[in-house]
Design a protein around this ligand. Structure first.
Ligand code: ZN
Ligand code: ZN
Length: 157
């Protein structure tokens, strides 16, 4: 969760360009947290929160590493203010983890499918084609699932 802001926080240059998007994520997050989640399993109630947190980290990550639209100072600021998950981003930089949904799904324990969460298993190795993992509701985040077609616009460097 982002820390409570005081007026003493000094916002780096460029902040005003990303602030509306970050506020949007914040609003969605609040909505998800306040959702009464009637009839959902307990774990499912947390899925939207994981998903939004992931999207928000991805937004910051893309802006800095792929689109190169924000300064290092602003990037670090976002991490310090918990707008993005530093540990998750560290994984995204590693080959094989580019699309990791959350840190929990890569923990080798507590998984039904051997040593990793079902969502980390590439689509072509899974029996079920449609899944939602129990931890965060991920529908598959193995890097291979994304390497073809729709990711062509993302240049690796
Ligand atoms: Zn996953
Ligand atoms: Zn996950």
């Amino acid at each position: 969760m982002p820390k409570i802001k005081t007026n003493r926080v000094k916002y780096p240059e460029g902040w005003e360009l990303i602030e509306p998007t970050l506020r949007g994520f914040e609003a969605k997050m609040r909505e998800a947290e306040n959702d009464p989640h009637d009839g959902k399993r307990k774990c499912e109630a947390l899925w939207p929160i994981f998903r939004i947190a992931n999207q928000r980290s991805r937004y910051i990550f893309d802006l800095y590493y792929r689109r190169k639209e924000i300064s290092k100072e602003l990037y670090e600021f976002c991490l310090d203010q918990d707008y993005a998950d530093r540990n998750l981003i560290a994984k995204w930089k590693k080959s094989g983890y580019e699309r990791l949904c959350c840190l929990r799904c890569m923990q080798p324990r507590d998984h039904n499918f051997g040593t990793t969460c079902v969502c980390r298993v590439p689509k072509n190795l899974r029996e079920e084609k449609v899944i939602e993992c129990v931890h965060c509701g991920c529908r598959g985040c193995a890097s291979g699932d994304f390497s073809s077609s729709k990711q062509d616009d993302e240049d690796e460097d």
